[in-house]
Design a binder for this molecule. Structure first.
Ligand code: FAQ
Length: 311
């Protein structure tokens, strides 16, 4: 049974009121938000690695400048999200510690390698495309600071998606070899992109409560369906084939039928056994350790300044 506080809280949610940091909230609401916002922040940070891998090898100066800006945007998204999580009473250092020790997750998608330049197109088109599909509704999430972070992030994410599609367009309309690279990138990124939305609704342990609290606005399967329906005409325009022989328009449902990803692969990847999990964590641990002198220096400087002010 709900306590008065819980009932009041649920009433506020049902009236679409935003919950703010100092408001009363159930412990599990707080914990769920720390988990989801924290994982989301970690995804933005780890998500810099697959694309960062191509900054030095971008084919033109213009592509390099665009990619550099895009990867920097992801770092910025991570920072807004860590700030949103901090309003719930957890520090960024604690969250980082949980990531680096493997106790917290980041999106499964970033455990796949980017093997060639077409993959950078596929990441922008499909991975950022899936990310926006998930994040647009999260602008209306019930927790104020998360909702406001999402509004800023979505603006930048739609530019990211376009830059990816633009790379795909160049490749798909290029030489035979380039078209093959584009098709191959689509083949490898299609199912991992579908997995980004999380397990199917019947296996989604958190969905029911998160929907009731309006932390999530749509179910995993609803968003996956929307993503497929949005992406099919885009692939057609590129002249590329989505690697799913069961993909077809279902007139009755007004939506595409499509094959589910291999869920055993998904669960393996989130358990740490994907193709790049070990490399990703190794890179993040090294970045954290290599950056220690910067953090130490900044802290020492801040202490000196505040000592000078009080003296
Ligand atoms: N990867 O009960 P549910 C980006 C876990 S976009 C890893 O359905 P929930 C932008 C889940 O945590 C990517 N783990 O969970 C970018 C739970 O495990 P737990 C980031 C996953 O939370 C683009 C278990 O499975 N976006 O970074 C995944 O209700 C390009 C059961 O699942 C967000 O994080 C997965 N894909 O729904 C950056 C969006 N799916 O925690 C750079 C915000 C599920 O109990 C380059 N998050 N799990 O141990 C969400 O909307 C939700 O958290 C879902 C999952 C929909 C991801």
């Amino acid at each position: 049974e709900m306590s008065d506080e819980e009932r009041n809280f649920q009433d506020r949610i049902d009236r679409d009121e935003k919950i703010e940091p100092k408001d009363w909230m159930p412990d599990d609401y707080r914990a769920t938000l720390i988990r989801q916002i924290g994982q989301h922040a970690h995804s933005e940070i780890v998500g810099q690695l697959p694309e960062g891998n191509w900054i030095t090898r971008a084919p033109t100066l213009e592509r390099k400048a665009i990619l550099l800006a895009k990867v920097q945007d992801e770092a910025g998204h991570g920072l807004y999200l860590y700030c949103a999580a901090e309003t719930l009473g957890v520090t960024r250092d604690e969250l980082t510690e949980e990531l680096l020790s493997g106790r917290m997750k980041y999106s499964s998608i970033f455990n796949y390698p980017t093997l060639n330049w077409a993959d950078i197109g596929a990441v922008g088109w499909l991975v950022d495309g899936a990310a926006i599909m998930n994040q647009v509704p999260l602008q209306r999430t019930s927790y104020g600071p998360y909702s406001r972070a999402m509004i800023r992030i979505c603006k930048e994410e739609s530019f990211h998606q376009r830059q990816g599609y633009d790379i795909m367009m160049k490749m798909a309309q290029g030489t035979d070899a380039q078209r093959k690279m584009a098709q191959n990138a689509l083949n490898r990124f299609w199912y991992p992109s579908l997995m980004m939305f999380g397990p199917s609704d019947k296996d989604s342990v958190h969905s029911a409560q998160s929907l009731a609290w309006k932390i999530k606005i749509d179910t995993n399967d609803e968003l996956r369906q929307k993503f497929v329906d949005q992406t099919v005409p885009q692939a057609k325009y590129l002249g590329l084939t989505i690697p799913d022989e069961h993909l077809k328009w279902n007139e009755e449902r007004g939506a595409h039928d499509f094959s589910e990803p291999d869920w055993s692969e998904f669960f393996n990847v989130i358990k740490g056994k994907g193709p790049c999990n070990i490399d990703r964590m190794k890179d993040r641990v090294a970045a954290w350790e290599d950056g220690a002198w910067v953090r130490d220096g900044l802290l020492a400087h801040a202490r000196k300044k505040s000592a000078a002010r009080t003296a």
